[in-house]
Write a new protein. Sequence first.
Length: 118
Amino acid sequence: MSFSRIKVSENATAQLSTLKGRLKVTPNFICRMALCTSLEETGAPNPAQYDQEGQEFNRYTLTGEYDPLFSALVREKLAKDGLEIDEYFDEQYRAHLNRGIGTLFGRVKSMGDLVDLI
C-alpha cells in the first residue's frame, strides 16, 4: 500500500503552475489543499481520466510529516466509497490529487479565495 512517487497529469501540472503564480505558495501546499478538497467531494474520481504525463512528486515531499494523516484520510474515503483499500489506494490517491488541483484551479483566483475556502 505504500508508494513514494506520484505523477500528476499534464493538465494538473499546468494548473499547479498557474495556482503557484496566483497564490505565491509552493506546489506542495497547493497539493495538500487539493487532496483535501477532492476528498470532501462526493464519489470517487475516475483514475483513467488523468494521464501521468505531468510533474512527478515524492509523496513525502508533498505531505511532509503529515503523510500518515493524508494517507488515513484517503483510506477513509476509499472505505466510504466502497473501494478495496489495498487494491485502489495508489490510483485513488493520484486521482484525488488531480481532481483536487482542477477544483482549486476553478475556485481559487486569489489568496482571498483560498482563505474563504479554508
